[in-house]
Design a protein around this ligand. Structure first.
Ligand SMILES: Cc1cc2nc3c(=O)[nH]c(=O)nc-3n(C[C@H](O)[C@H](O)[C@H](O)COP(=O)(O)OP(=O)(O)OC[C@H]3O[C@@H](n4cnc5c(N)ncnc54)[C@H](O)[C@@H]3O)c2cc1C
Length: 426
């Protein structure tokens, strides 16, 4: 369908409107951009983003985003996400800019002596995943949309109202502009305005935790390993970063995610850099020696949210708009990319066969394919967090024995390692 205009002069009609140009919304737009219908026509897509267009990524030290030069927000991407990003042409750019493969994962227990170690070579793979800065990933995904004449990016305009009927959904933007489409896809993050306007119920609770995120420089190399220590106060992750221009220190930087009870997190945020380095080093048992330097710290409240329905006639939720999960899982955006991939497959199939995009069976299939998997991953991660957070002595004893057993059983370990790598390839 070509762009058409309704009788109302300011009502623009599209095939698909995506709300939110974060990693998941932008990836979804890119997955759809080249799809051809029966008569060779491409989908006409609008992407509405409340924020300003992100600044181009410049990794030179002169315009660094932080003292270390690294973005404080990173994601651990699985092979499945890598494949999706490669399919839209974004992975090449991520690799050219900056990312860090990790070959090992070391998880250990704060109170006991249990630990598990995963290695990619044990399962015949070169790595277990990659740590990618959010700005690098977003820049690379948005690059794939720059020459797509059928994708209109509308920046700096949020959604005010959701209306229309089952045939045609419409949005009124803050600017007063009206957009309509048979399908609106909400990728507007964990506090989704579209989800709220559509009155889709959410199951949510606060973890009572804040995540402190920052970049640190360590005395010893991170050895291309993702490190995670489970403390009774919450998990602490050291995720490896790599920047060749830093010479002998190239592998001495990690992005940390330290999840703590809110009151303790506030105390940690209030510490001087030197005191924070001491506390962090202690909490990490100095596995990589001293913490040599620390960037500016940020703290984010942690919530678990899950929409009871991902769909309504003419409407679908993807990414954090549908589910947000504790960062210990390192799964949030990976699940979001899977949502984007599956919904894109369903939309493309309908477009090719000339089916109207408001056909509800399309959306039902998407929900069926994604909801169960998302719930299963969220339940596993919740169980993991509760198990490791347990103060009860018997639970702790069983937990440590369990970890030791798993570490001694290569077959089970390999199965888990494969799951880490592919994370729910659908
Ligand atoms: C500390 C921390 C560590 C994490 N680590 C990992 C990890 O290692 N691996 C992993 O997979 N995930 C991780 N995550 C989760 C991951 O960051 C999120 O799952 C992911 O960013 C969600 O992407 P999204 O595109 O769905 O939403 P968002 O990134 O939130 O994007 C939503 C977009 O919608 C826009 N928007 C919002 N409202 C409106 C509106 N009304 N109108 C128009 N636009 C709007 C916003 O401006 C934004 O650009 C982590 C999260 C945290 C907090």
């Amino acid at each position: 369908m070509d762009t058409e205009h309704n009788e109302q002069p300011n009502n623009t009609l599209y095939d698909v409107i995506i709300v939110g140009a974060g990693l998941v919304g932008a990836c979804f737009a890119s997955l759809l951009k080249s799809a051809r219908g029966k008569n060779g026509q491409r989908l006409n897509i609008a992407v509405v983003e409340a924020g300003a267009p992100p600044k181009p990524v410049d990794l030179s030290s002169d315009s660094a985003v932080s003292e270390s030069g690294f973005d404080p927000r990173v994601v651990a991407l699985t092979r499945s996400s890598q494949d999706t990003l490669a399919s839209i042409g974004a992975w090449e750019s991520i690799e050219a800019l900056r990312c860090c493969p990790y070959t090992d994962m070391h998880v250990w227990d704060g109170d006991g002596t249990g630990s598990i170690h995963f290695n990619s070579f044990d399962i015949g793979e070169t790595d277990l995943g990659h740590i990618v800065e959010n700005s690098v990933a977003l820049h690379s995904v948005l690059q794939t949309l720059t020459n797509a004449s059928n994708v209109e990016m509308i920046y700096g305009d949020g959604v005010e109202q959701l209306g229309g009927d089952q045939q045609q959904r419409s949005l009124i933007l803050l600017s007063g502009r009206v957009l309509s489409a048979p399908l609106i896809v909400a990728a507007d993050g964990s506090r989704s305005k579209i989800r709220e306007l559509a009155a889709i119920a959410v199951r949510q609770w606060s973890y009572g935790h804040q995540a402190i995120v920052t970049t640190v420089q360590t005395e010893r190399s991170h050895q291309f390993t993702a490190w995670q220590r489970f403390l009774s106060t919450g998990p602490l992750a050291f995720l490896p970063l790599h920047e060749a221009t830093k010479g002998e220190n190239a592998s001495h930087f990690c992005s940390i995610v330290w999840s703590l009870n809110t009151d303790v997190a506030e105390q940690m945020m209030a510490l001087s850099d030197d005191d924070f380095k001491q506390e962090l080093g202690r909490a990490f048992e100095h596995r990589l020696g001293d913490i040599v330097a620390v960037d500016k710290r940020y703290s984010l409240p942690l919530w678990q949210r899950h929409a009871r329905e991902y769909i309504q006639p003419g409407l679908a939720l993807i990414g954090d708009a549908a589910h947000s999960i504790h960062p210990l899982a390192g799964q949030g955006v990976n699940l979001g990319f899977l949502d984007a991939k599956v919904l894109a497959e369903e939309v493309i199939r309908a477009h090719k066969s000339g089916l109207n995009l408001n056909d509800f069976s399309l959306l039902r299939r998407f929900q069926r394919r994604r909801k169960g998997h998302n719930l299963a991953v969220m339940a596993i991660m919740e169980g993991f967090k509760r198990l490791f957070g347990a103060r009860n002595l018997t639970v702790r004893l069983l937990r440590n024995m369990g970890i030791k057993q798993v570490d001694r059983l290569p077959l089970i370990k390999h199965t888990i390692a494969r799951e880490i790598l592919s994370s729910g390839k659908s």
